[in-house]
Design a protein around this ligand. Structure first.
Ligand code: DMJ
Length: 801
């Protein structure tokens, strides 16, 4: 019996399923190319050659920096000189990394030890002690200074002492680097004086928070505030001064309290004073990444179970809402079933590495594989790429994350596939990023154009992980398994936990009780084999009897890409029937008690169907509320209007209620609108400007449109055939600033194609209204009602007669 064949249900559901099925198809296509290429084993000889090539890469970049840039923070590889804060032309917020404290050298010290170059390490440490100072009137990023500088100094200090003991060298060293990191730590501490304990994003190295420029400081990102503990705990335990660790734990505790209690997810940007979320997008990439990493690694380094408990809660939430097959797509923390972006950023490439460390190998392999395909498709992994693997933002600053994950996957599996992947990454750097003076970032992977930029992480992470990948652990001077790699790949020894009692004592908190596994006796999280088995429990689906007791798959949790879910749904008596063209993924659901495995499961099936119906209604209401419209009259003299769907943006004012912006449409010249100005700037004044997606960010197009006086901006997609009918609408992201005051909307190609056809047909310029879709519908409805009333009034006398 078909208990629900309601068309509206199927229509609403279609969007979600089309999206999921479309993604599965795309991924399947992309992955299938790989299955035709068997992994070749790599000979020891080739591996050793690659290790030596990685070493050469290091020296090529390191020498270029030391000879042409030191004591600057960074090397500018194209102009072959140093980048200094306040001297080299400013790049805005990006320069908050720089503190005129020789960052690249400090960040690189421990790589020298891993390479076994004790002579250069000795020399470099002496230079740092002699030259580096922190008493500068400079505002720096707390996060970056911590991970690169404090982490770099601490790791170098630990290794210097290690070499004294094990390599009979550096006997002159008396802990100077530790003292320097303590001093720098103190200079960061004023940032922690907030009502929540969550640190400000930036601090003045000399004036603390007293710098007038920091008066208005209140927003920070989750990763910025949550990536302090490893370094600060090490600092406290090595110096015996508890203040650092106390402050970092407090920040972590405050962040934990801000998680969404329903979804267990975190947002991206928050207010450090009120603890309010400013951006609720939730993924594992930019803005959040290393917060999750530090929860897990704090547990590993410090042995405090509460961080594992927190990590597990977030991890489950990420795997439930953010993970879609091999992809990781941002959702809204408070509305986790709605995807908030249709693109992924390259920072999330660290996630498979973290999954390896936490023991969840299978999804790590899958996501890494997807990223590898993206890399092969575009030479490098672009800063952001869409769900159909097109470029969203084409820059590539030679980031380490993908190589880092490759390294951890190789260490965990021994699979030579990962050596081949590493080789590809290494050769790509050699071919496309190497310049005579170091390695240059790629400005756009489509053109391969270079940028005058070599971030310090190229030496401290990218090349370090390549070198480690091709090295045998026994050939290294230190046993890397006895260390935790910080997010900047600095080495902190596990033995730090043993220094814990003198400086910090852990409190047991209630949150432990919320975890099921904590309640078991003996606590299963302490049993190593259990941890190993746990990820494999669902590996072969259906091999163990599924008990239904108390656990019912809810429509909210259902994922069409999860084989277990499909089976559970089937057992509940629900069948899915494809309708129409299979490739469109349209599915109709039927429920029947007769088909259910048991009466109990049949009942569950009924509940599942009802939930689906509710969910669908909610989703379409939410989607409609966010949807924008570009409306126009069907012809010059008509009162009939039609609307084409458009997506909103995070950075422009929202048009709500009966607000709209009206104007003639005009195409930007040049169409991408990425230049300083427009050729038709005069003409664009007061008009609704159209710019094509690509070459620069959405927000920079918006700023240009605003600059020339346009009334609104429509960004049209550059992917032929894309349409809001077949893919989810999304909101365009900005850069955190709120200086765009004109409405900005996004149109997929098919919808824009219709608009463009009308523009060409009309003799006069086409006048459009940019407004909320829901308001357009209301407007239309009201108009229809008025027309009906007029018609019935007009007809009345006739009828009465
Ligand atoms: C590094 O500075 C760190 O890995 C950080 O956590 C995020 N990304 C950059 C490199 O991409």
């Amino acid at each position: 019996m078909s208990t629900t064949s309601s068309e509206s249900f199927v229509r609403g559901q279609r969007l979600m399923l089309i999206f999921l099925v479309a993604m599965c198809i795309v991924v399947a296509c992309v992955l299938s190319t790989e299955t035709t290429m068997p992994t070749q084993n790599m000979s020891n000889k080739e591996r050793a050659e690659l290790r030596e090539e990685a070493r050469d890469m290091f020296y090529h970049a390191y020498n270029a920096y030391m000879q042409n840039a030191y004591p600057a923070d960074e090397l500018m590889p194209l102009s072959c000189k140093g980048r200094y804060r306040g001297v080299t032309p400013s790049r805005g917020d990006m320069d908050d990394i720089l503190g005129n404290f020789s960052m690249t050298l400090v960040d690189t010290l421990d790589t020298l030890v891993l390479l076994g170059d004790f002579t250069e390490f000795d020399h470099a440490v002496k230079l740092v002690i002699r030259d580096v100072q922190f008493d500068s009137d400079i505002i720096v990023s707390v996060f970056e200074t911590n991970i690169r500088m404090v982490g770099g100094l601490l790791s170098a200090h630990i290794l210097a002492e290690y070499l004294q003991k094990h390599a009979d060298t550096m006997h002159w060293y008396k802990g100077e680097l530790l003292e320097m990191s303590r001093e720098l730590g103190y200079r960061l501490l004023p940032a922690f004086n907030t009502s929540t304990g969550i640190p400000h994003a930036r601090v003045n190295l000399r004036l603390g928070m007293k710098d007038p420029m920091l008066k208005k400081s209140r927003e920070t990102c989750t990763a910025c505030a949550g990536t302090i503990l490893l370094e600060f705990a090490a600092l406290s335990r090595l110096t015996g001064d508890p203040i650092f660790e106390v402050r970092a734990h407090a920040a972590m505790d405050a962040l934990w309290k801000l998680r969404h209690r329903g979804s267990d997810l975190m947002g991206t940007v928050l207010n450090v004073h009120s603890g309010d979320w400013v951006r609720r997008d939730s993924g594992v990439g930019a803005g959040i990444d290393s917060y999750y990493e530090y929860l897990f690694k704090s547990y590993v380094l410090l042995g405090d179970d509460k961080y594992l408990a927190r990590f597990n809660r977030h991890y489950n939430a990420v795997m439930k809402y953010v993970s879609e097959g091999p992809m990781l797509l941002d959702v809204l923390m408070h509305r986790p079933h709605a995807k908030s972006k249709n693109f992924m950023d390259s920072l999330l490439a660290f996630w498979p590495g973290l999954q390896v460390l936490s023991g969840d190998l299978k999804p790590a392999v899958q996501t890494h594989e997807m990223l590898y395909q993206v890399m092969q498709m575009h030479t490098f992994i672009p800063e952001a790429f869409t769900v159909d693997f097109q470029i969203h933002w084409g820059q590539h600053p030679l980031r380490p994350e993908f190589i880092e994950s490759t390294y951890f996957l190789y260490r965990a599996t021994g699979d030579h596939h990962y050596l081949q992947v590493g080789k590809k990454a290494l050769k790509t750097l050699q071919q496309h990023a190497k310049v005579s003076c170091g390695y240059a970032a790629v400005n756009d992977v489509r053109t391969g154009k270079h940028e005058d930029r070599m971030d310090s992480f190229v030496l401290s992470e990218t090349i370090k992980y390549l070198f480690l990948l091709f090295s045998d652990p026994q050939d290294l001077i230190i046993n890397v398994d006895e260390f935790v790699f910080t997010t900047e790949a600095h080495l902190l020894p596990l033995s730090i936990a043993q220094l814990g009692n003198a400086t910090f004592s852990f409190r047991q908190t209630d949150e432990h009780n919320v975890l099921d596994f904590m309640r078991t006796c003996p606590s299963s999280n302490r049993l190593f084999p259990e941890k190993v088995r746990k990820p494999l429990r669902n590996f072969i689906t259906g091999s163990c009897p599924r008990t239904t007791a108390g656990k019912r798959l809810s429509a909210l949790d259902f994922q069409a890409s999860n084989a277990d879910h499909l089976r559970a749904v089937y057992d509940m008596g629900i069948t899915m029937v494809s309708v129409g063209d299979r490739s469109q993924g349209k599915v109709r659901l039927f429920h029947s008690f007769y088909n259910a495995k048991s009466h109990e499961e049949g009942e569950m099936g009924l509940q599942f169907m009802q939930e689906m119906l509710e969910l669908t209604k909610m989703q379409s209401i939410n989607q409609l509320a966010q949807l924008q419209a570009v409306a126009y009259a069907t012809d010059e003299n008509s009162q009939d209007w039609i609307a084409l769907m458009a997506g909103p943006s995070h950075f422009s004012p929202e048009l709500t209620g009966d607000q709209f912006v009206e104007g003639d449409v005009i195409l930007a010249k040049p169409l991408r609108a990425c230049d300083e100005s427009l050729e038709n700037a005069e003409e664009a004044k007061g008009k609704v400007l159209v710019a094509e997606r690509g070459d620069c960010t959405f927000v920079s197009k918006a700023r240009l449109a605003q600059k020339v006086g346009a009334a609104a901006l429509i960004v049209c997609d550059n992917v032929p055939g894309s349409s809001g009918e077949t893919q989810p609408m999304f909101a365009m992201s900005g850069d955190g600033k709120d200086d765009v005051l004109i409405p900005v909307v996004f149109m997929y190609s098919m919808e824009f194609g219709k608009l463009s056809a009308v523009m060409q047909r009309r003799k006069q310029p086409l006048r459009v209204r940019v407004m909320q879709m829901v308001e357009f519908k209301r407007w239309q409805l009201a108009k229809e009602q008025r027309q009906n009333q007029t018609a019935s009034v007009a007809q009345k006398p006739e009828k009465e007669l």
